[in-house]
Design a protein around this ligand. Structure first.
Ligand SMILES: *Cc1c(COP(=O)(O)O)cnc(C)c1O
Ligand SMILES: [Zn+2]
Length: 424
């Protein structure tokens, strides 16, 4: 591939990537210099960031800023990242969800609520890391193929950093996501096709001179981008008092987030920042796009691509790049991958809103719905410490619940009218 040889000649400045020392192939272990590359030239396996961590102490992290940069010594970013213009995502709330726990029959449950990020989804975390890589490699345009949330996160991050942006989405996204993707002033291109087709188009664009000097956060910057999801693992552990949860339910689109949360937990153990203990990882998909869940249930190692049809559009990736790793992790940790119907997604959004005052987008309905299903089927330990992720804001997918969330009454402004409306 043409871009691979270009990348190899880019001088890697390890200082600018903090503790990162290179890229290594997940499949064969081949090592590469830090560059805008993402696939192993030996075996086509995905590349991931390799590190040489020094001693890292809890106190140093705790005295850091209230955003993902408190973990900069664990990320491929320069120490000076805190002073650069970026959206400073992260350090979102870990909500102690006692009322939802009671309703589901769980002893201890927390909701990690990532709707509190600057563009209201977890994607600000991954984009912030990719932005640093784009700066290091001298890219002038930030780009992505997106199921919706990523486009908004890239547009906003580029605007703050003063870079150009050009983002690509499937044309049938929720109106709120289209508006958010466009409002930051970059170029937004809607493509008549599925996310997987948009993604394939972006891979072609990278190889063409049209895409020269472009950093596609989830393609040629994917190894860096993916590391941003580790911050969810770090935050959950720190917010639990430097402890890993026993079981966690994570949404699966490409599977990158789930894979990197596991990586984050393992790093914390290895660095002695948390005590080693077994944890179980559960992946959550929508039935209308459940290639990983299907493979899990069928006992297969390969993931058969599907054509998505679900209201959980942010998770609608029919050919998930990290699907096989999700299967490995679910099986290794004693977890599972499960799916829920669109109806169960809507019910779960309403359940979370009604019990905890958290309004989730459809992806949050998927995780809470899967949590409920797993508890009902006795596949989650009701006495174990459980965390469920909400990765996006309900305002982005209003249509999912709009018909269930109407005014209780419409009246004239008089006590009589109010009394009449509520008289039994
Ligand atoms: C992108 C996204 C995810 C997870 O995506 P992965 O590709 O699996 O990392 C989860 N929730 C929301 C709301 C998202 O936008
Ligand atoms: Zn390889």
């Amino acid at each position: 591939m043409a871009h691979t040889s270009t990348a190899a000649s880019t001088p890697a400045n390890t200082v600018e990537f903090g503790p990162a020392t290179g890229l290594s192939c997940r499949e064969c272990g081949a090592l590469y210099e830090l560059g805008p590359i993402f696939a192993c030239t030996e075996c086509f396996g995905p590349l991931e960031v390799a590190y040489d961590f020094g001693e890292i102490r809890r106190e140093d992290i705790e005295s850091g800023p209230a955003n993902i940069w408190r973990y900069r010594s664990l990320l491929p970013v320069p120490a000076g990242v805190t002073a650069k213009p970026n959206l400073q995502p992260g350090w979102t709330k870990l909500v102690k969800a006692d009322r939802l726990a009671a309703e589901l029959g769980l002893r201890s449950l927390h909701v990690k609520d990532d709707s509190g990020n600057p563009t209201h989804s977890f994607k600000d975390r991954v984009v912030a890391i990719a932005l640093e890589a784009a700066r290091n490699f001298g890219f002038h345009t930030l780009s992505c193929s997106s199921t919706g949330n990523l486009a908004g996160a890239v547009g906003a991050a580029a605007a703050r950093a003063g870079l150009d942006s050009c983002v690509f989405i499937p044309a049938d996204l929720e109106p709120a996501k289209v508006t958010m993707a466009a409002v930051y002033g970059g170029r937004l291109v809607a493509i008549d096709g599925t996310y997987d087709e948009v993604n394939r188009f972006c891979s072609e664009l990278i190889g063409d001179e049209l895409g020269e000097k472009w950093g596609f956060v989830n393609v040629n910057l994917r190894p860096y981008y993916a590391e941003g999801s580790k911050t969810l693992a770090y935050e959950i552990a720190e917010q639990l008092g430097w402890r890993l949860p026993d079981q966690i339910v994570i949404p699966v689109a490409s599977g990158s987030q789930l894979t990197k949360i596991d990586k984050g937990f393992r790093e914390l153990i290895k660095l002695g920042l948390v005590e080693e203990r077994p944890y179980r990882i559960f992946g959550a998909q929508a039935e209308g796009c459940s290639p990983v869940s299907r493979a899990f249930k069928a006992g297969q190692d390969v993931v058969q691509p599907v054509r998505p049809d679900t209201i959980a559009k942010s998770l609608a990736i029919g050919n998930p790049a990290d699907g096989p790793y999700v299967l490995d992790i679910a099986r290794r940790t004693g977890g599972a991958v499960e799916d829920v119907t669109d109806e169960e997604i809507v019910d779960a959004i309403r359940l979370l809103a009604r019990t905890e005052g958290v309004f989730a987008e459809t992806a949050g309905g998927v995780t809470v719905g899967v949590l409920r299903k797993l508890v009902r089927e006795g596949r989650l330990d009701p006495d174990a410490e459980t965390v469920v992720l909400n990765t996006g804001d309900g305002l982005k997918t209003l249509d999912a619940v709009a018909e269930h969330a109407r005014p209780t009454a419409v009246i004239r402004p008089s006590l009589d009218a109010f009394r009449a409306a509520f008289a039994n």
